[in-house]
Ligand binder design. Structure first.
Ligand code: F6P
Length: 322
């Protein structure tokens, strides 16, 4: 192993920069050349490969986003795209690649391994926390703290007006952002597809808690299957007309911002471990942290979706929301 490349791919996540920094500096410490690939798989196809040194990653550990940029590449899903990417890795004499991304990134890497022998090791970068093989993905902790911060603010105005708020949060295929941020913000209800939404029960719960609670916050995951919060608010207003209802879609603010300390440390650990894994000859696996220990999960297992959310959290959420 003489030369490593690192890239970020898919949706950006706070902590990706800390991970890039760790990959670059761990490589340099081990006397490896290190390059960055810009714009994810698109940059691999277009040959956007730039040399990096210890100073190229100075002053980035605290910044959200990714200095290497990112993309969801459609072209990489084609045979032609993959062939071009392979040529570029080979002509740049890349011996190993660290891919920072989520589900789509690792599916792509797995497919690519059928035509290209350059080893890939992944670091889980997505705010959704929807990968098997790590307790927390890069960006998840920051995202849920962003949500809690936003909901705390919404709570102030909801309290003042005795209002019911529906707050939509991200999580394309998993309700983990909603579940944890909902518990952390003391939500009255959390709607996620993993725990079936019984509309009648929700209505009953909101009706009963009307008298003794001035504000009510319902966290709705974008993947909950209930439709948009706009429609949901209208539907609830029809049944509970006495409620003054508002909604808020938090959107992409959940993807930005300075990473939390936990994200900075975890991302650094994973970037560090990824380079060591490549040096040890490991490939096609995702670095994770389980019970505070570095773990290695083959890409094919990491990309399987989580079917069931922590049942203890779901149970507790219902008890604490009375
Ligand atoms: O995967 C991260 C994520 O933020 C999801 O929670 C969300 O559904 C999706 O990306 C949004 O993607 P985009 O930024 O491409 O609209």
């Amino acid at each position: 192993m003489k030369k490593i490349a690192v890239f970020s791919s898919g949706g950006d996540a706070p902590g990706m920069n800390a991970c890039i920094r760790a990959v670059v500096r761990t490589s340099i410490f081990n006397h490896l050349d290190v390059t960055g690939i810009m714009h994810g798989y698109d940059g691999m196809i277009n040959g956007e490969i730039i040399p990096m040194n210890a100073r190229s990653v100075s002053g980035i550990i605290h910044r959200g986003g990714t200095i290497l940029k990112t993309a969801r590449s459609a072209e990489f899903m084609t045979q032609e795209g993959m062939n071009k990417a392979k040529q570029n890795l080979e002509s740049n004499k890349i011996d190993g690649v660290v891919a920072i991304g989520g589900d789509g990134t690792f599916r792509g890497a797995l497919e690519f391994s059928n035509i290209c022998s350059v080893p890939f090791v992944g670091c889980p970068g997505t705010i959704d926390n929807d990968l098997i093989g790590t307790d927390f993905t890069i960006g998840y902790d920051t995202a849920i703290n962003t949500v809690v911060d936003a909901v705390d603010k919404i709570r102030d105005t909801a309290e003042s007006h005795d209002r019911l708020f529906f707050v939509e949060v991200m999580g394309r295929d998993a309700g983990l952002i909603a579940l944890r941020s909902g518990i952390g913000s003391g939500a009255e209800a959390i709607l996620i597809s993993e725990a079936e939404t019984d509309f009648e029960k929700l209505i009953q719960h909101l009706r009963e808690s009307r008298k003794d609670k001035s504000s009510k916050i319902v966290i709705v995951s974008e993947q909950s299957g209930t439709g948009s919060v706009v429609k949901l608010a209208e539907k609830v207003k029809k049944v509970l007309p006495f409620y003054d209802i508002r909604f808020s879609v938090l959107g992409h603010i959940q993807r930005g911002g300075n990473p939390s300390c936990m994200d900075r440390v975890n991302s650094s650990r994973m970037g560090f471990a990824a380079v060591e894994a490549l040096m040890q000859g490991k490939k096609n696996l995702m670095i994770g942290i389980i019970n505070n220990k570095i773990s290695y999960t083959p890409f094919e297992n990491a990309v399987k979706h989580i079917e069931e959310l922590h049942p203890d959290l779901v149970k507790m959420m219902r008890v604490l929301a009375i």
